[in-house]
Design a protein around this ligand. Structure first.
Ligand SMILES: Nc1ncnc2c1ncn2[C@@H]1O[C@H](COP(=O)(O)OP(=O)(O)O)[C@@H](O)[C@H]1O
Ligand SMILES: [Mg+2]
Length: 443
């Protein structure tokens, strides 16, 4: 900016000086021309005298010569420089005159010439002179003004730059401090609102990041405490029954019973471990989803085959309804777990002789998979939470049925890894419907 400023001042100054000198020269020429007019109107000794007298009082000087450049009259004593100019050879001077000397920097005078002609014998030249001291003092005062203005501009510029850089760096420093606090684990970050510019956006993003991290940390703590709680229950059973079973004085039949309970509880524990492990894998993104184009109808039929015995065991029905030419982009192995978890819930939370149906439909360019049961349903107030880890509507009932509360959260993570989404609709006592949207594979 300083460079631009200096260049601008330089060009402006040169331009102004040039036009100022030009003006002076033109004024001088115009004055010479007007003397010429007067002379041509009445060429008498009085007029000549009168012109010389007029110039004596002005800052300019005049010399009138005849056509051979012999001086007829002058307004003041002629000095060396003037003589030099007057004796210069001239030819073809235009009627409106011309500038003879414009080197105001090094010469003593600037001068112009205007030719006059009264009649054939009487013609010659009007020389006008102006001392360059006058021009020089004019220019140097202009330069002084310029230097003064430049100095003020530079000072203002420096103040503005200091102010601007302070205004820019202060929020950046604040944000840097905030992120340092974040990295140390202190999430109580408070950044002032900075409006809608880029800095404001950045500051808002940092605040959001801080809140997210805080939420994540709280969630993790909560999850850890509920996990340890979940693990404690089966372990208490196992420990308690193992203690009873190792007594010498109990009957073989009782011992078998206790060992069975221990076995079941360990089974639940290992199922839970498996679920947790799956979740951790999805979380770490160590979970590779190999999506391929799958003909969904026959895919669902194989699931139907696999799950049917479990439904039969509880005297329940499983039906499918689908359109042959719907293809989805899914990982067939991972997606099996989605169906397995949903159908497992349908069995667990329904009464015998009810029906569960799987629909595969095409909707607005997406594939909609519906799993609909006629089970107990989910209370409305629990609906927003059932996809959360370890959330169960009826804890003891689910535990008795071998549930961990992790099934639906795994389903949700799996579907999100497929870039799909899942929703649930349910009415207490009537049944539940799980709706899954995934991308359709092009034909
Ligand atoms: N089809 C369903 N019908 C009724 N309730 C269900 C159904 N599916 C899930 N739920 C409720 O949502 C809770 C969470 O399900 P899930 O994550 O699979 O855990 P769980 O291990 O208990 O099956 C269940 O405990 C149950 O209360
Ligand atoms: Mg389940």
């Amino acid at each position: 900016m300083m460079m631009i400023e200096i260049c601008l001042f330089f060009f402006l100054h040169t331009g102004l000086v040039e036009s100022r000198v030009e003006e002076e020269l033109n004024a001088l020429l115009a004055r010479g021309n007007s003397h010429r007019e007067v002379l041509e109107n009445s060429y008498t000794p009085e007029t000549l005298h009168h012109i010389a007298l007029m110039e004596k009082k002005a800052a300019t000087e005049v010399i009138i010569t005849d056509s051979k450049q012999n001086i007829i009259i002058s307004s003041s004593k002629i000095d060396k420089e003037e003589k030099k100019i007057v004796s210069k050879k001239i030819k073809n001077v235009p009627r409106d005159g011309e500038i003879l000397e414009k080197q105001w920097r090094k010469e003593k005078y600037i001068s112009t010439i205007s030719p006059y002609s009264v009649n054939r014998q009487q013609n010659g030249y009007v020389y006008m002179f102006k001392n360059t001291d006058h021009v020089q003092s004019l220019i140097s005062s202009l330069t002084r003004h310029f230097l003064f203005a430049a100095a003020i501009t530079i000072i203002l510029l420096i103040i503005t730059i200091l102010f601007l850089s302070k205004a820019l760096t202060t929020p950046l420093i604040q944000m840097k401090r905030a992120t340092e606090k974040l990295s140390k684990g202190d999430f109580s970050v408070q950044l002032p609102d900075r409006g809608d510019d880029e800095l404001g956006e950045l500051s808002r993003s940092i605040t959001v990041l801080a809140q997210d991290l805080k939420h994540l940390k709280e969630e993790r703590n909560e999850f850890l405490s509920s996990i340890s709680h979940e693990l404690r229950t089966p372990l208490t059973y196992i420990k308690g029954y193992a203690d009873v079973a190792r007594r010498k004085d109990i009957e073989e039949k009782d011992r078998d019973h206790y060992l069975n309970i221990i076995y079941e509880e360990s089974d639940k524990l290992s199922a839970m471990m498996k679920d947790l492990f799956d979740l951790a894998k999805i979380d770490r993104n160590a979970f590779i989803i190999n999506r391929t184009k799958v003909q969904l109808c026959s895919y669902v039929k194989t699931i139907h085959e696999k799950m049917l015995p479990a439904f039969k065991e509880k005297e329940m029905q499983l039906e499918i309804e689908c359109n042959e030419n719907i293809h989805g982009l899914i990982d067939p192995i991972r997606f099996e777990q989605v169906f397995f978890n949903l159908l497992d819930n349908a069995i667990k939370y329904s009464d015998p002789y009810t029906k569960t149906r799987i629909f595969v439909k095409e909707k607005d360019g997406d594939v909609l998979i519906k799993v609909e049961d006629e089970g107990h349903g989910i209370p409305e107030e629990d609906l927003p939470f059932i996809f959360e880890r370890l959330y169960r509507v009826d804890k003891s009932r689910s535990r008795d049925l071998g549930g961990t509360g992790l099934g639906l959260s795994i389903v949700k993570e799996l579907i999100e890894a497929h870039q799909g989404r899942i929703e649930v609709k349910s009415e207490l006592g009537k049944g539940s419907t799980f709706l899954i949207w995934i991308k359709e594979a092009a034909e």
